[in-house]
Design a protein around this ligand. Sequence first.
Ligand code: SF4
Length: 169
Amino acid sequence: MNYHNITVNDMLNGEGLRSVLWVSGCEHGCKECQNPITWDVNGGLPFDEKAEKELFDSLRPDYISGITFSGGDPLHPQNRAEIFRLIKKVKEMYPDKTIWLYTGYLWEEICTLSGLENIDVLVDGEFVKELFDSQLHWKGSSNQRVIAVKESLKEGKAVLYKEKDYVCN
Ligand code: SF4
């Protein structure tokens, strides 16, 4: 798998302060995509041991809520095995951190993939320029859905993530 960047203390791609892995490879070709440089699955840099260490080290501080996988598309067919390996490792090393993933596929297209059960929140769907709204939380266009993965797997259909579910009283 190749990647373009690892960003830390990110506040825009999920809840809290997060580390974000921006992978290479996307087949969706959305009009006015903000990251067309990430479309080539062979672009960017190999995600090697050094990059993996950088990513996992960035998750260590208590103030980091978790990790977000984005791109590109982490669920590009050539990325899936490596992404699910990383997700499993995050769950083992940092069981209290949340895992978010952005994909251009619809939930209904990927919901049978093994390994999804370790993801907390998945934002699905292609970016549609005509449906862009800068006021939307965690997504670019109104067709996209912020999905609670465990609840969706249990219900057998996409269940939307509600922030209040994750607020401790
Ligand atoms: S899915 Fe995301 S990365 Fe891929 S083309 Fe659409 S907006 Fe760009």
